[in-house]
Design a protein around this ligand. Sequence first.
Ligand code: 1GP
Length: 255
Amino acid sequence: MEAGQTERYLESEAKRNRAAVLVLVDSESSGDGDSARLAAGAERAGASAILVGGSSATDQIAMAQTVAAIKAATRLPVILFPGNVTGVVPQADAILFSSLMNSENPYFITQAQALGAPSVLKFGLEAMPTAYLVVGEGTSAWFVGSARGIPHSKPRIAAAYALAARFLGMRLVYLEAGSGAAAPVSPEMVRAVRGAFGGTLIVGGGIRDAGTARSLADAGADALVVGTLLEGSGDAGLRALSEITRALRGGEGGG
Ligand code: 1GP
């Protein structure tokens, strides 16, 4: 299976900037109008794509409506970020077709994928093969996904999982500290994973400021996910997002 249009777009956005910024919209914490306004604001603030989903978003109808509202309001690609089979909905451009590799429950490693795959095909979604790795403990992603969180202080374990992902043919790795995480994944861990994995490296969880974003991009992240920063914070959140995208402009070695 070859990389599709959205995956190639993400790669080019990662090259054009130090790292691309993906804004996570949680369809359960905001209405369709709010989601569409947030996505349009994110587009103006320089985000590269919108992710819809998350581990606690389980209402499939609300998610489908959110995707449709965002598609109508922006030109940015909408990429599904499913926490379960209920995260597979029509009209999105692509899906992070993910295996939570460090889950203790096989359901999140292969079974949900088997249950969701026919809908991915039916809806014509571009599947982006992603190793989803949960770092640390105490977050929704960690709890819902029954993850045995990779300790923040063990970058070599994360790198070993990323190497396994590479050998398994996955083209993306998502290092996830969890939404609202007290601390993001460390630059040391990103550097270690970068050394083991040449594909698209997504990093998310607890990223709230430009300095953190810049250090993760410099360590080798291709895309950074920002969610909580924008929830309910209106213009202040969008201003913070603009600061992050500005800090990431210019690509490798650029200003
Ligand atoms: C969570 O990585 C994303 O799945 C985003 O995390 O909400 O902490 O920005 P935040």
